[in-house]
Design a protein around this ligand. Structure first.
Ligand SMILES: *Cc1c(COP(=O)(O)O)cnc(C)c1O
Length: 345
């Protein structure tokens, strides 16, 4: 199938980007490198925001302090390929490949390392676990990128999930609309819409990723009745800027994608050079609320180490004087707001 063969590793060695030869070889021996032709085509110059997301950097090898799996996904895995952290939700890692290996990937330890995607036996074991756990009502397909699987494999997995009565919601986490939009075909949309309620969370990080092609891919999915959310990772030197973030998030709404999460970078080995302070994340949220459509404002979350879960942060937790809250408006004004008087029981 054409869209799976669409990679352009030649860009890594082209004379335009000549710094890459040695650096690329060194890094790719440890962390795989891959860039789809389409995504490479979005690079305007060396070191730009697209470049930084996909081009290997020696800093990845220098970061040894952090853990490969700080979120303890490995120990929260009752059967291979399944992460069960919250009682009612589970993540299925159905593929370990992607059209682009993001340099800041939270699953750098697993992705593209040559292991086969989830085997038939692993899938059956995971489905058996899900079927035996009636508390699980929401299953998230992740990886790697689930849409790297062919339609037939996807159909098999989705049918397996739909055969379990207590699973009501299926979500797919995928960067395909951003990195390989041609994969979103009419056939894929016809297949996905058989499995509603099905939600997709995609992953745009920069306004330059909103193109005619990615917009069209999102429109096709939305026309199949799929609600599209977006999970952006806050990345130093890529999108840690209020104006840029406003443009990105408003732009997403305009292509029918609803911003869901803004992620603080996980403490994953090999990614330290992308991490911003939490304060700069809070400043960005402050610069969004009231300044752009409320529909476009995501939750800013930190996924806590050791699998303790995601925690949402807001810039101005209210100051209090008795039952008076002092609330700050988007223009900076402090407004008193009287709370109900709390009655001691
Ligand atoms: C993020 C995550 C989920 C889903 O969390 P939501 O807040 O419901 O989107 C589920 N399981 C794991 C392991 C996760 O990291």
């Amino acid at each position: 199938m054409q869209y799976f063969d669409d990679y352009d590793l030649s860009i890594l060695n082209s004379s335009t980007y000549n710094h890459c030869n040695d650096e690329c070889n060194l890094v790719s021996a440890r962390y795989p490198v891959r860039v789809s032709k389409y995504y490479a085509g979005l690079i305007r110059h060396e070191g730009d925001a697209i470049w930084k997301q996909c081009m290997p950097d020696l800093k990845e090898l220098a970061d040894l302090d952090q853990l490969p799996d700080p979120l303890h996904e490995g120990s929260l895995s009752p059967v291979p390929g399944l992460i069960h952290r919250y009682p009612d939700r589970a993540v299925l890692l159905v593929s370990n490949r992607c059209p682009v290996y993001c340099r800041f990937c939270m699953r750098k330890r697993l992705i593209g390392t040559g292991d086969a995607p989830m085997s038939e036996t692993e899938l059956q074991n995971a489905l058996t676990y899900l079927a035996a756990n009636p508390a699980i009502c929401d299953v998230i397909l992740s990886g790697g990128d689930p849409l790297m699987l062919d339609d037939q494999s996807l159909d098999r997995i989705l049918s397996g999930l739909r055969a379990i009565r207590h699973i009501s919601v299926i979500r797919i986490g995928t960067r395909i609309p951003v990195t390989l939009p041609a994969r979103v075909t009419t056939e894929l949309c016809e297949l996905l819409k058989k499995f509603h309620p099905l939600y997709i969370n995609t992953h745009f990080n920069h306004p330059a990723e909103i193109t005619d092609q990615s917009s069209r891919a999102c429109a096709m999915l939305a026309d199949a009745g799929i609600q599209l959310g977006n999970q952006t990772v806050l990345l130093k030197g890529v999108n840690d800027d209020i104006k840029l973030m406003r443009e990105l998030l408003s732009g997403l709404l305009a292509i029918r994608v609803r911003p869901y999460y803004l992620h603080q970078m996980d403490l994953v080995r090999g990614t330290a050079h992308f991490r911003t302070s939490v304060n700069s994340g809070l400043e960005i949220i402050r610069g969004l609320r009231g300044h752009i459509s409320g529909l476009a404002v995501p939750h800013y979350v930190i996924d806590l180490p050791e699998g303790k879960g995601k925690v949402a942060l807001l810039p101005d937790t209210p100051e209090r004087e008795g039952d008076l809250l002092l609330l700050r408006t988007y223009t900076g004004e402090l407004v008193p707001y009287r709370d109900l008087t709390t009655v001691q029981e």
